[in-house]
Design a protein around this ligand. Structure first.
Ligand SMILES: Cc1cc2nc3c(=O)[nH]c(=O)nc-3n(C[C@H](O)[C@H](O)[C@H](O)COP(=O)(O)OP(=O)(O)OC[C@H]3O[C@@H](n4cnc5c(N)ncnc54)[C@H](O)[C@@H]3O)c2cc1C
Length: 392
């Protein structure tokens, strides 16, 4: 039975969830693990794997079943992301920012937008991501300069976006722009459009990176790019900043889950290696220095996993979860960085070798501290919520 068939009804029993994960695990071991190094080291886009992801319905993982998606809860989705990341983190980037775009439409879109875009997003016919960041504005989104000026039945968009995941291979993006450049505070003049590539939309640069290989990151330029007004998310100007905040929660939970996946992979490899590698007549796990590392890595990984589940469950209940998602994202991404470095130390020289996976975890992990809101910002969100939820 295909993953899509197994998920044909809302809500999964633990048996159904484990059947799906069995199918995912088989796919990861059979089709993904053997080729990860080849793709990562050549920085080549994995078209064949993306086709399989399409067939399995992963581009619709959290899209409602009535629009052709799998209808996964955030909790199930997080577990899926952890599993895939344990084998190859970059794959989850191919569908995560795509699913944030889908979440924006699902939560805030007009009926037309839901009916037109969601089935195409779920099938993978339209794939893409999220266009927030600009050369001059990442964290400080209110400073973006890309603007959309209304002209009859359409908007004309001019500006530049950078670091856009799936910018080359994707065809459709949720674009954050200014529809009013004078209003104060500036966030009241921000709006989202769902845009498909066309005249006036060019990919100006492919960006080279330390890690997160194979997935395309690009600079996008818009020059007199025309978008129908029916593509303005929710049909009302000025809602973009709030919608970004809402959409990013699922993105943060996803990044946190990726952090758990990297930490867990680093731990599993280290547990195995510490039993295989002998020094001074015994396996290295018998040295107390290695035991301390394994214990710290395992504790951080499990704590991160629990924080991700707590955030995902709050999201699924519809509770406010900015603090929970922030804690999960902050802790899990730092755990990924710590565990990948500790795994490298445990593996000695082999940790630095391209023949092992550790060097990839080490290159991929720091992105989790940056993407979907840096960890500095997460800590500020956590602190603000602590005060807001505990007034005296
Ligand atoms: C591989 C990759 C993929 C990406 N994918 C996407 C994508 O698909 N779509 C997209 O829109 N963006 C994407 N980004 C961009 C990413 O979201 C931004 O890099 C991130 O938001 C940080 O913005 P910045 O790089 O401009 O850093 P800045 O905002 O310039 O921050 C620089 C430093 O200052 C700190 N800082 C900033 N403001 C404050 C403050 N008020 N208080 C305390 N500290 C502060 C930050 O934490 C950081 O340490 C991607 C980035 C990378 C590297």
């Amino acid at each position: 039975m295909s993953v899509a068939e197994q998920l044909e009804h809302e809500g999964l029993s633990s048996d159904e969830e484990s059947q799906i994960f069995d199918a995912i695990d088989k796919w990861l071991e059979r089709d993904v693990r053997p080729v990860v190094k080849k793709y990562d080291h050549s920085d080549e886009y994995p078209h064949d794997i993306v086709d399989q992801m399409k067939e399995m319905g992963l581009f619709g993982a959290i899209i409602d079943q009535k629009y052709g998606g799998l209808g996964m809860s955030a909790a199930t989705y997080s577990k899926l992301v952890i599993r895939i990341t344990e084998v190859w983190m970059a794959l989850t980037g191919i569908f995560n920012s795509h699913l944030i775009m889908a979440t924006l439409v699902q939560r805030f879109g007009t009926q037309y937008q839901k009916e037109y875009f969601l089935p195409k997003f779920a099938s993978g016919e339209l794939r893409g991501g999220l266009g927030l960041t600009e050369p001059n504005a990442g964290t400080d989104l209110q400073s973006i300069r890309t603007k959309a000026i209304k002209s009859g039945e359409e908007y004309i968009i001019d500006g530049t976006k950078t670091w856009i995941s799936n910018g080359i291979e994707g065809t459709c993006f949720a674009l954050l722009v200014k529809t009013d450049t004078h209003i104060k505070p500036a966030h009241k003049g921000m709006s989202f459009f769902i845009v498909e590539k066309g005249d006036g939309f060019t990919v100006s640069k492919r960006l080279e990176k330390l890690g997160y290989k194979s997935i395309d990151s690009a600079e996008l330029v818009f020059q007199e790019f025309k978008v129908p007004k029916q593509n303005l998310v929710c049909g009302e100007e000025g809602q973009g900043f709030y919608q970004a905040a809402g959409g990013l929660e699922i993105g943060r939970i996803n990044v946190a889950a990726r952090g758990v996946g990297i930490a867990s992979a680093a731990l599993k490899d280290s547990i195995r290696y510490s039993q295989e590698r002998h020094t001074f007549g015994k396996p290295i796990h018998k040295h107390q220095a290695i035991q301390l590392k394994l214990a710290d890595m395992a504790t951080k990984t499990e704590a991160a996993r629990l924080l991700v589940m707590q955030a995902a469950e709050a999201y699924d209940k519809g509770d406010r979860c900015d603090m929970e998602a922030g804690m999960a994202k902050y802790f899990a991404s730092e755990a990924a960085v710590d565990c990948s470095l500790e795994a490298m130390r445990i593996h000695g020289g082999y940790g630095y070798s391209k023949e092992f996976d550790i060097e990839r975890y080490f290159r991929d992990a720091p992105l989790m501290c940056i993407g979907e809101g840096t960890n500095e910002i997460q800590r500020m969100i956590i602190a603000k919520q602590l005060i807001a939820r505990n007034p005296i």
